[in-house]
Design a protein around this ligand. Structure first.
Ligand code: DGJ
Length: 714
């Protein structure tokens, strides 16, 4: 018996057969086949049943939600675990008819399944959001008497054979999220993280697409696991295929360590949300579905994203009231709206060897507390932000001396002279909640930069004695929520030695991510390009640093630095009291421009062109397509003398536009005798069709230069 379920939204469809006896079988995830009446749907489901393979099972085998050995699936299974070695092959059957209902603009499918013999119950939630984004979450409950040791619970979906190429991201400190591509061959491509945090090398999205797919072309299917602890993303292809859906699958889930989740009778484990996004038009459209969903959340930051000054690369640990007051005053003159005091204000933390974890204001450095600075900052019209690294402590700190039993990682290798505290330990949790809360109240902190500077590494729960990453991650989410509930309006940034904790799990509990510890704009252009696949610009922090980057020691023009930070939640991270008058004038003009453009930058569709590696073109186009801001970035010199035409993606072909160069975004140097007359005039007028299909001659720039173009419909 078949029982079709078709969910459709924004060009995406998910087709299942919920006729039982196993969990609903996934027949299609991808392009929308259009409106199908009951007859057509019935015929389609019948036609999509797989055939019998040769030298294989005697019956066709389907691909249900949570596929396993019992279903004939020999790849990585949806649910795995055992009862002391018994019940190794869950046999999940539909417990009641699957239900579809609408929840706001989303269509939600809920499924309950059971393995009566193994005494397990599962729940599957699938939500096709208005933007076409598909979110999946599975739950398993131990309905038996003994303990069920869970090894993994993973969401898998089939992708068609034509998805022949994989893209994922890797990276390191100061070079997060670097792309790598390969053919989607048979076998398993697993991106697993055992770092206890998301990681600089986290893939963010694991993408399968039609060979050669780019930002603007090709079909793509992608998965993201919204979790900030150990996690996995899988692309797997088997010769016998994944039911009728194709020979490959994409999957995501939390990566559980041995013994980490042992379900007592009646206990449940729920996966994080696993996000699946499809696009018929390249990566941009897959990414737009994620951005649209994020922006529709009730807690998404809606107030204008304030221009930040962060003190780290301006003063490092060198704190004193007078210096920082001067810095704040100069920042306010430039137009800064949020002043963030970074590491070094507490305990004995005069360098990174000691004091971490002692969340009380250092009396030797701040004899009157933080109030005098915070009050001055507010009097200057800015709000006051403060750095914490709640999960961490230096061994040389009062907190570790007094509570060595709170250390989650006593046998971990040394890493930045710090250990990790067990936030799942109620006493450690209460200490963090109360001490952070106290400082927030005392200084009137509006914004926390929440850092996390090491992998957890051999994390063992202080009370359970078991692998403790799952509990730690869940406890940190709770702590973030409790602090936000106690301090309404408090914003929190997720920083992790730069961009090592960027995922949609942490973004449920925070308001911004710090993109990277490198403020070198050439590095940042590449990093932001790929981080931006997952996270829209208003949630990505990016700052204008010094002329010579503190992390790469490369010099860059102020224009490239400002044009780079502009396409994000922008800020400054340099000693503005040492800037020349010309630099201050340029920064002030740029700050004004950021404020003029942030409404567009933080609400429009992000577009990225597919150009050769020596240049980038990216932009943001308003939802009504009447306005856009683009940056053309010449990364290196080009082998070509004339670099062809620039096609501006995302405009409405039927509208007429003015294209205006906006030097306030950042001044650029052009090669001498530039033969690009329209650019020398600083403006052009053309239709969206011309700009998108014929293009304008590319401005001839020196290397490491960027120009910003403002495009408005007449
Ligand atoms: C790492 C962060 O990413 C930096 O921005 C800075 O806050 C330092 N930690 C402070 O220790």
């Amino acid at each position: 018996m078949t029982s079709p379920i078709l969910l459709r939204s924004a060009g995406v469809a998910l087709l299942l057969d919920a006729g039982g006896p196993q969990l609903p079988r996934v027949l299609h995830w991808g392009p929308d086949p259009g409106d199908l009446d009951d007859d057509a749907l019935g015929r389609l489901v019948a036609d999509l049943q797989p055939g019998v393979a040769r030298s294989a099972f005697d019956e066709p085998w389907p691909f249900p939600l949570l596929p396993g050995q019992v279903d004939g699936w020999t790849g990585r299974t949806g649910l795995s675990g055992s009862r002391d070695g018994l019940a190794p092959y869950p046999n999940l059957e539909l417990a009641e008819p699957a239900e579809v209902h609408t929840d706001g603009a989303a269509q939600a499918l809920t499924v309950r399944g059971m393995d009566r013999e193994a005494e397990l119950e599962v729940g599957c939630e699938l939500r096709l959001e208005e933007s076409g984004l598909l979110r999946v979450r599975h739950t398993v409950t131990n309905t038996g008497d003994g303990i069920y040791a869970l090894d993994g619970l993973t969401a898998l979906l089939p992708v068609p054979d034509r998805a022949g190429e994989l893209l994922d991201l890797t990276g390191r400190w100061c070079r997060e999220h670097s792309p790598q591509r390969q053919p989607f061959t048979y076998g398993t491509h697993a991106r697993e993280s055992r770092r206890g945090r998301t990681g600089h090398d986290a893939t963010l999205l694991l993408v399968a697409g039609t060979p050669g797919f780019g930002f603007r072309s090709g079909e793509v299917w992608a998965v993201h696991t919204a979790w900030s602890g150990n996690h996995l993303h899988l692309a797997e292809r088997l010769p016998e295929g994944a039911g009728a859906g194709g020979s490959g699958i994409l999957a995501g889930g939390e990566l559980l360590l041995p013994g980490e989740v042992r379900l007592e009778p009646g206990e449940s484990y729920a996966t994080p949300w696993i996000f699946f996004t499809y696009s018929a038009d390249g990566l941009d459209a897959a990414s737009a579905r994620l951005h649209q969903w994020l922006r529709a959340r009730p807690q998404h930051p809606r107030s204008p994203r304030p221009l930040v000054l962060n003190t780290w690369e301006a003063v490092y640990f060198d704190h004193d009231l007078e210096t920082l007051t001067r810095l704040a005053e100069q920042a306010a003159r430039v137009g800064v709206e949020r002043f963030v005091l970074d590491d070094g204000w507490f305990g004995a933390r005069r360098d990174d060897d000691r004091g971490l974890g002692d969340w009380w204001v250092a009396p030797d450095v701040w004899p009157q507390g933080l109030r005098p600075l915070a009050d001055r900052v507010r009097a200057l019209g800015m709000d006051f932000g403060l750095w914490f690294e709640p999960e961490m402590a230096n061994p040389d700190s009062d907190v570790v001396r007094e509570h060595p039993d709170w250390v989650l990682t006593p046998s971990a290798r040394s890493w930045r002279q710090q250990v990790v505290l067990d936030v799942a330990n109620p006493d450690a949790y209460a200490y963090l909640l109360e001490s952070i809360s106290g400082v927030v109240d005392e200084a009137g902190v509006a914004y926390i930069k929440w850092d996390h500077n090491r992998d957890l590494h051999v994390a063992v729960g202080t009370l359970s004695g078991r692998a403790g990453v799952h509990e730690q991650t869940a406890a940190v989410y709770r702590l973030l929520d409790e602090l936000r509930a106690r301090h309404p309006g408090l914003e929190i940034e997720s920083c992790s030695s730069g961009g090592a904790r960027i995922d949609l799990g942490i973004l449920e509990h925070t308001d911004r991510i710090w993109g990277s510890d490198t403020n070198d704009p050439l590095e940042r252009q590449l990093i932001q390009r790929w981080e931006g696949l997952l996270v829209p610009p208003e949630l990505v922090g990016s700052h204008v640093g010094d002329t010579v980057s503190h992390t790469t020691h490369r010099a860059s023009s102020l224009g490239l630095r400002t044009a780079t930070a502009l396409f994000a939640h922008a800020g400054l991270e340099l000693d503005v009291t040492k800037c020349t008058d010309d630099e201050l004038a340029a920064l002030t003009a740029w700050a004004g421009f950021y404020k003029e453009m942030r409404g567009l930058l933080h609400s429009g569709d992000v577009v990225r062109a597919d150009l050769p590696d020596d240049a980038l073109l990216h932009g943001v186009v308003s939802r009504d397509r009447r306005e856009a801001l683009y940056a053309f970035v010449r990364l290196t010199t080009s082998a070509q003398e004339q670099t062809g035409r620039l096609l501006l993606p995302g405009l409405d072909p039927g509208l007429e536009y003015d294209v205006v160069h906006r030097p306030e975004a950042g001044a650029a140097t052009a090669v001498e005798k530039s033969p690009t007359p329209w650019f020398e005039r600083g403006a052009a007028r053309a239709s969206g069709a011309v700009l998108g299909r014929v293009g304008l001659p590319t401005p001839r720039l020196d290397p490491a230069q960027a120009v910003v173009l403002h495009v408005r419909a007449l």
